[in-house]
Write a new protein. Structure first.
Length: 146
């Protein structure tokens, strides 16, 4: 009988390397499922005109599933973002009760909506990079010779 140190490196079945990543915890799977279900509920079930065109970018769930931060983004102005935030706060109970029907969890997390500014920040940084490249090309034109 082989000792633990002498075991073959592939003692785990081959298919598990591709289908069951070790770092993908249950909390992450629950967060992904909540994100999918909330996106579906917001698109098909919510009739509030304030909650029009938003995108759920991420969901973070605590280990005990009691709270979930739902990150969302919208391509609207700051004033309309306040209306969207108020609409989401108003629909929080409806969304949570519908999640309880769709998810088979003992505890359905309390939803906390947070505006995600990463998209806007990325667009702003991309514009700054484009401006810097354009200025650099104006200052140092490239001579193309055949």
């Amino acid at each position: 009988m082989k000792s633990l140190k002498q075991r073959e490196p592939y003692s785990i079945p081959f298919y598990q390397y591709f289908f069951m990543p070790r770092d993908y915890s249950r909390t992450l799977r629950v967060a992904d499922q909540i994100q999918r279900e909330l996106a579906d509920l917001l698109q098909n079930e919510i009739k509030d005109p304030r909650i029009g065109h938003i995108t759920i970018t991420a969901v973070e769930v605590t280990r005990d599933y009691s709270h979930a931060k739902v990150f969302y983004t919208s391509l609207t102005s700051k004033e309309e973002n306040l209306l969207i935030e108020n609409g989401l706060e108003r629909a929080k109970g409806f969304l949570r009760s519908n999640l309880s029907h769709r998810l088979k969890l003992r505890v359905i997390p309390e939803l906390h909506f947070v505006y995600d500014e990463s998209i806007e920040r990325g667009v702003r940084l991309s514009k700054l990079i484009d401006q810097a490249i354009a200025q650099d090309q104006d200052m140092h034109p490239i001579d193309l010779k055949d």
